[in-house]
Ligand binder design. Sequence first.
Ligand SMILES: *[C@@H]1O[C@H](CO)[C@@H](O)[C@H](O)[C@H]1NC(C)=O
Ligand SMILES: *[C@@H]1O[C@H](CO)[C@@H](O)[C@H](O)[C@H]1NC(C)=O
Ligand SMILES: *[C@@H]1O[C@H](CO)[C@@H](O)[C@H](O)[C@H]1NC(C)=O
Length: 837
Amino acid sequence: MLPSPPAAPMVRFVFVIILLFCSGINTNINICFGEEDQDEEGRDIYLVMVEGDPPVAFLPDDHLHSDRGPSEILKEARSRGHAAHLEKSHDELLQTTLDQGAYNKLYSFNHIVNGFSVHTTPTQATRLKNAPGVKLIQKDTGARIMTTHTPKMLGLPQRVWQRRGGHPLTRDAGEGIVIGFVDTGINPFHPSFAYDHPRHGDGRFPGVCEEGPMFPKTSCNGKIVSARFFSAGAQAAGNLNASVDILSPYDAVGHGSHVASTAAGNHGVPVVVNGFNYGRASGMAPRARIAVYKAIYPSLGTSTDVLAAIDQAIKDGVDILSLSIGPDEPSNENITMLSMFDIFMLFARKAGVLVIQAVGNRGPDPYTTASYSPWAVGVASCHTDRTYPGSFVLGNGRKIDGIGLSAPSSGIELLQSKLVLAKDAVLANGDFPRTPEYIDECQHPEAFDPVIVRRTIVICTFSAGFYNASSSIPAIVNTARTLGFAGFVFVANPAYGDFIADSYPFPIPGVMVPKVSDTQVIIDYYQKHTERNYNGVVTEYHGRASIGEGRFASYNSKAPIVSRFSSRGPNFVDVKKTPLDLLKPDILAPGHDIWAAWSPMSVKHPILVGYNFGLLSGTSMAAPHIAGIAALIKQRNPLWSPSMISSAMTTTATTFDNRGAPLMAHGQEIYTLHLSTPFDHGAGLVSPANAVDPGLVFMSEFEDYMSFLCSLPNTDPEIIKTALGEPCGRSFDAPSDLNTPSVTISKLSGSKVVRRTVRNVADKVEMYVCGVVPPTGVAVEVNPPWFTIAPQGTQDLEVVLKATQVQDSFSHGEIVLTGNMEHIVRIPLSVLPVSVS
Ligand SMILES: *[C@@H]1O[C@H](CO)[C@@H](O)[C@H](O)[C@H]1NC(C)=O
Ligand SMILES: *[C@@H]1O[C@H](CO)[C@@H](O)[C@H](O)[C@H]1NC(C)=O
Ligand SMILES: *[C@@H]1O[C@H](CO)[C@@H](O)[C@H](O)[C@H]1NC(C)=O
């Protein structure tokens, strides 16, 4: 989506909610870290991996099934002094290789990988690269961040949480599961994170509560079990602003609080904004615990802080890691999956942690996913069935659809006010530039005649400033407040076309009309009812209008629909976008107009300053839905590995909407929909009630990911060894043999056999029949066509794909394993047949 094509201009505040990336014109949350000031030779942050095993390598293979958690085993490794030894070796390497004073070590990573990050010059970095024992060096490319009705929409209260007296029972709402969040921190004063239930099983988590500004010791209260912040990278990389870049786990942005409460916020917290009660919010797993790892600051975010945070989360032994953040770009040009970020996620996975990742907000173009690796679950975003219909009513009774959570103008619906076009109310002899910013866009109160605009509804128009994101809705609100408007209507501009607007709660009456055709109706009415003198100056305003009540939700939209901004597959292996035979995104979850906890400081989002709840959109909002649902599954099945939980969610997802029709996706043209494919929605919308009882699962472990990487075409095994510290042993015939609950073949010539193994996790013997919906141009056969499987038993499957007709783009289908005990296991198929024979 970034930068916006001319067909799709965007309003500034739309971008603030799409938080994952900040390139292009739409940056409001500017936490990129890139080129910096060059002193003689500028310094950058480098991430360095060195030879030698980190403690995670000592985890016994069966640690998942032992009574001791990974954190205890890691603790043991540490007590053997291994971590300290590694740290010392990092310091020695730096001392012997680099010039004294020319570098500054930021972190030693010694829990999941053996490496460190260092702030130094390119010359020194080159020396380091060539030093003995250094395996890999990557420049830090920065990191960015990317309710509640959704529990109900996803069927949690009735079908997953067992409720009594309106409260989820401890047993089934994620009790005791710890979710780690690497983000902008947390607002510990928020009721979503209050401690409202008895502790169970505390003491297991070796949390630390780092006190600091806005973050008293009492912040870690049993709900928040641990809170830390990581700032060495941010402090080295840029000029932090002490008044907003708070050096404590406190969330000055709101994003981290939003994400944490979506996954694990308390149940039934009233959402009150501008004095209006919008209902109650709840996390997906309201009894889960929260471990906070702040690594992104309002002024910037670095990969090095993010990696240090992940390292610590793994060391602490979180069960699930929720990442609504990511690097700016693929930071490994040759193998996307071997960026430091992905390598850390792999080692997290090796330590038994389920990693959930937002796929990014660069949709709707193909090849935009920022989630590449099979060891992390990539989450795409969809709209829900809830909308907040706003309206604008003209004096002639004509009602126009609008967007914005607004009280009615004049307090009473239909009581109308004088209508004034901003341009007609500009002070004739004021001292300000005659630019769209001052004339059309209502950005500055001093531009208007206060007498004309007082108690009127003013028409403000989208123009250049909104197109390049220098103008904003909060500035319109400020103008309207300062001058006492009855309300504002923000309309489209034919020169820029329709714009995209998302709902925000407005503190004063206001509505947005994003379509040019609707705008035309308003302007025609206004002109017809306005008298002008021979100079064109208005002498009489006869036009009247009102803004309707916009705060009441309607729950009957077609849903889900894949969000326009949600990043898309196909997945790719390098910056040339060579397709990778692995499906991304993995799964779809709500990520549009999500109410969740906020931080009143709201440093990056002026429109939400002072609020305790934010209504936001982005794949950042979708990922924690999956993290919370994964907690529900993990709680019921404590011994399930990450791939089992991930498989349970994807094979039970649905590809139909609430009307029983196939899923649709927003595409390039604003307001148009197309049939959604797995490259838009992965396996489909998560279905928690089914995910807790999937029947069969597809498992893969660290060794399988190694075999997968080693089977990538045109890849030097040395590169894998360098990155992961282990030589390629076994490799698959092809990457598509990785045992994922999906099959993606980007070049099918003739025929191909793909192998899968399923495991029965139900407690009964079940007979499954294998059905196929073949992709266009491909014949698919599954062997055996049916099988009976005992509890804990496994079954090998052979999928034979045969190209029957060449296609010029991917076509999609699915394999459906239908059990006689009501389990249905779906596997998406995406195939590009390039030659028959
Ligand atoms: C620091 O942030 C405050 C609050 O947003 C702002 O007023 C101030 O100008 C900033 N200072 C710098 C040096 O950017
Ligand atoms: C990518 O591959 C090219 C050519 O083999 C090599 O020169 C370059 O250093 C590689 N880049 C990385 C980040 O490994
Ligand atoms: C954006 O548009 C405004 C209004 O036309 C203009 O003053 C400003 O210089 C533009 N900014 C950029 C970065 O193009």
